[in-house]
Ligand binder design. Structure first.
Ligand SMILES: NC(=O)c1ccc[n+]([C@@H]2O[C@H](COP(=O)([O-])OP(=O)(O)OC[C@H]3O[C@@H](n4cnc5c(N)ncnc54)[C@H](O)[C@@H]3O)[C@@H](O)[C@H]2O)c1
Length: 322
């Protein structure tokens, strides 16, 4: 099968989560179009960026991890160290293996590090102005042949690509949270993204032990176009008194076999993020069926953003119900 919707299955070489191979970069699948990729830049070392850096380094790639301030770089490296220790304990790795992975990650604050990279993955906060600035700068310093990918959840790849002089080499590489565990990479093609860039990005995902799925650039792509309206509908159901939060989550867990209920998932993702993605769907598709639920708006206005603020649909922390 070719074209959007195509799924490449990584299963022949997929190890247990967090246990990628240790030999040549991305050993396992024989690389063809991505064989030259040895060093990868990850720009933004937060929730997603540190996970992305971890999986590249665990698969044998050298990683340049760039964040805005030295303390953020340190925080990202410390998080990766902690996460790798946890994997090592679980998988029975020796200390040397963890050290070797960490030694492949070089942290810094200068985007100049991208000069030595064949692929850059951007994972800065979900604000178009910021992405525009970063893509302009990346385009100026990255080698002419390098591919620049964005981990954006909802911003148009076509729009991001348009700020560069290489729109055919710009693509969405949408990892899922937590990156070392989740096997999907949603590969988002902008209007100008070339087949060569798409093939390289898919092959790189396979070399990480992930399963790439190719989709076209439309608001919310596939993942959030389907997930967010479900979460939004759960908010409507709660607001209209159809059922309690526990009942809504239990129906979806036990009845639909979802690992967590939509309201629990919204708390995990962050209600502000959910609202901003609903706004992208509503603005971008212009259909009233995507209007954000007023309860979701109200909770975001109150600062009840979910787990990260201790309160969302559930309350977290001491004496919590979450
Ligand atoms: N959190 C999720 O569940 C999730 C899932 C999939 C995709 N995403 C997407 O991934 C991207 C990153 O999200 P996140 O949750 O990791 O955000 P985050 O806020 O946890 O991390 C962002 C990082 O970028 C850094 N940063 C900010 N400005 C920078 C600059 N100018 N140069 C370099 N680094 C800079 C920040 O210091 C921070 O470390 C967003 O586009 C988001 O939509 C998030």
């Amino acid at each position: 099968m070719s074209g959007p919707g195509r799924t490449l299955d990584a299963s022949p070489r997929t190890a247990a989560p967090g246990t990628p191979p240790e030999a040549a970069p991305g050993a396992g699948a024989a690389p063809t179009v991505s064989a030259h990729v040895k060093r990868v830049a990850v720009v933004g070392g937060g929730t997603m960026g540190n996970g992305i850096a971890q999986v590249f380094a665990s698969s044998g790639f050298d990683v340049e991890l760039v964040d805005a301030k030295p303390e953020f770089v340190e925080r990202a490296l410390a998080t990766i160290g902690k996460n790798l220790d946890r994997v090592a304990k679980k998988q029975g790795w020796d200390e040397a293996r963890v050290k070797a992975i960490l030694a492949r990650i070089h942290g810094g604050t200068a985007l100049d590090a991208v000069k030595q990279c064949q692929l850059a993955v951007e994972a800065v906060p979900e604000r178009f102005e910021l992405k525009r600035e970063i893509f302009g700068a990346l385009d100026a310093v990255a080698p002419a042949q390098a591919v620049i990918a964005s981990n954006t959840s909802s911003i148009s790849i076509t729009e991001i690509a348009a700020v560069t002089r290489r729109p055919e080499q710009v693509i969405g590489m949408h990892f899922m949270n937590p990156v070392p565990v989740m096997t999907l990479v949603e590969i988002v093609r902008g209007i100008a993204t070339s087949d060569a860039t798409t093939r390289l990005t898919e092959e790189m995902s396979l070399r990480l032990g992930k399963t790439p799925v190719e989709v076209n650039d439309f608001p919310g792509f596939v993942s959030n176009r389907i997930l967010m309206p479900m979460i939004n509908e759960a908010c409507f159901a709660l607001m209209e008194g159809v059922a309690t939060r526990e009942a809504i989550d239990t129906v979806m867990k036990l009845g639909m076999n979802h690992p967590m209920g939509p309201l629990q998932l919204a708390d995990l993702i962050g209600l502000d993020t959910c609202l901003s993605i609903m706004n992208v769907l509503h603005d971008g598709l212009g259909d009233p069926k995507y209007r954000p639920c007023p309860l979701l708006r109200k909770m975001v206005s109150a600062g009840w953003l979910g787990r990260k603020t201790g309160r969302g649909f559930y309350v977290y922390g001491q004496g919590s119900n979450g």
